[in-house]
Design a protein around this ligand. Structure first.
Ligand code: PHB
Length: 404
């Protein structure tokens, strides 16, 4: 599996790297036209392996369109597996910065890994485009002028859900999420609007992370309490296990399952199957969004990778678009860091999720919309159907005051 993936991957980036190594284009080009090195620190194994793969595929789609050359520079992707481990992620990050001297660092997926690499990235003055990890602190007390986030802060998809669930589903909720910062951030954001809207949190559980095979002890508790709503964040292989076991326990009929969009994203929906029907989640994306950029993205992605893209692929696509737009603005120069940072700050383009831009205060993406979605069967396939939306969702971070 890893072999196949690697081969497929080399089909794109390797072709570009091989041409550079062969010589002629590199020799003809100016000294500045060194390959553009992008270091990926992403999980290609463990609970979030599929997320790392989706992000990489979204990036590849953009660079394919650019024929693997941007502003005169051949693009090379250097891929490192962080294994969803803060220690491994830190080691791989140091390697990409110190040995490979990458121009851009991209990743990680886990908030725990981002927390571990933040200071190293900041001190090395390394530009990092975060392609998933949502820890709120990176848009707030641990921000850095070198760090941009093209995905979401954990607050963003969950904050609109609190008030919505209280108004439309029920006012008694049990919360459940993995026991690490992403789980804590997301449940906190939900409560921020659920409680003022008259909601009551009747129970709250945090489950083992990154490994947990069995949700039975927690589901037994929920079964006894019989709350009107269960609000959950799980992702990757944990989302599949949780959603299936929730159904096996017979909880679907009594306690409406709602949560953060990752719970039913397209990466996990086929494996969840009919157990996912009716789940309501908040997310910045749905494959069904009817705008020209998304229609083209979904079509090209299906043609290239023979599967339907998910929100993580959009994050990879937007990360790569950010790099492409910034690099074109500097004429391919990555040496002048302040100029490059300024170019990244100004990036704006049409993304499958809507108009993409960073909030200058936090360098975190402004979500054009958070969509409230329900899993339904559409044309014989499960999909996240948009049933409501909240516009222009910005993380409430007020600005980075840390020394540059
Ligand atoms: C995170 O750790 O920040 C995280 C991981 C997986 C997701 C979302 C957030 O789907």
């Amino acid at each position: 599996m890893e072999r196949l993936t690697r081969r497929r991957f080399l089909g794109g980036a390797g072709a570009a790297a091989a041409t550079a190594a062969l010589g002629p284009p590199a020799r003809r080009a100016s000294a500045q036209a060194k390959p553009l090195k992008i270091g990926l620190v992403l999980p290609y194994s463990n609970v979030y392996a599929v997320l790392g793969e989706s992000i990489t595929e979204g990036m590849r789609l953009v660079f394919e369109r650019e024929s693997w050359t941007v502003a005169g520079r051949k693009v090379e992707l250097l891929r490192e597996d962080d294994e969803v481990s803060p220690q491994v992620g830190l080691r791989k990050t140091k390697k990409l910065i110190e040995s490979d001297a990458v121009d851009f660092l991209v990743g990680p997926v886990s908030s725990g890994v981002l927390a571990a690499i933040r200071d190293t990235v900041h001190q090395a003055r390394q530009i990092l485009i975060v392609a998933n990890a949502g820890n709120d602190e990176i848009s707030r007390e641990r921000c850095s002028k070198y760090i941009f986030r093209a995905s979401f802060s954990n607050w963003q998809p969950n904050w609109p859900m609190g008030a919505w669930v209280a108004a439309h589903v029920g006012k008694e909720a049990h919360l459940i999420a993995p026991k690490y910062s992403a789980g804590f951030d997301m449940m906190k954001a939900f409560k921020e609007t659920f409680v003022p809207a008259g909601g009551r949190v009747v129970g709250e559980d945090y489950t083992p992370f990154p490994v947990n095979e069995d949700f039975a002890p927690f589901l037994t508790k929920i079964n006894q309490a019989a709350p009107r709503v269960v609000y959950a964040f799980f992702s990757g292989s944990q989302a599949v296990r949780f959603v299936r076991q929730y159904d096996e326990f017979g909880l679907r009929a009594r306690s409406k399952l709602c949560g953060a969009g990752f719970l039913t994203e397209t990466d996990v929906l086929p494996a969840e199957g009919k157990s996912a029907l009716g789940i309501i989640t908040g997310h910045f994306y749905s494959t069904l969004l009817d705008n020209p950029t998304n229609r083209q993205f979904v079509r090209e992605f299906r043609e290239t990778f023979k599967k339907t893209p998910d929100g993580f692929a959009v994050q990879g696509y937007d990360t790569a678009q950010t790099i492409v737009h910034a690099l074109k603005a500097t004429g391919g120069d990555t040496q002048n860091k302040d100029r490059l940072i300024e170019a990244v700050r100004r990036v704006e383009f049409d993304s499958p999720r809507g108009r993409f831009r960073f909030d200058p205060k936090t360098q975190n993406v402004i979500q054009p919309f958070i969509y409230i979605r329900e899993v339904r069967e559409v044309g014989g396939e499960l999909a996240n159907v948009v049933i409501d939306q909240v516009a222009n969702v910005k993380d409430p971070g007020t600005g980075c005051t840390l020394p540059g």
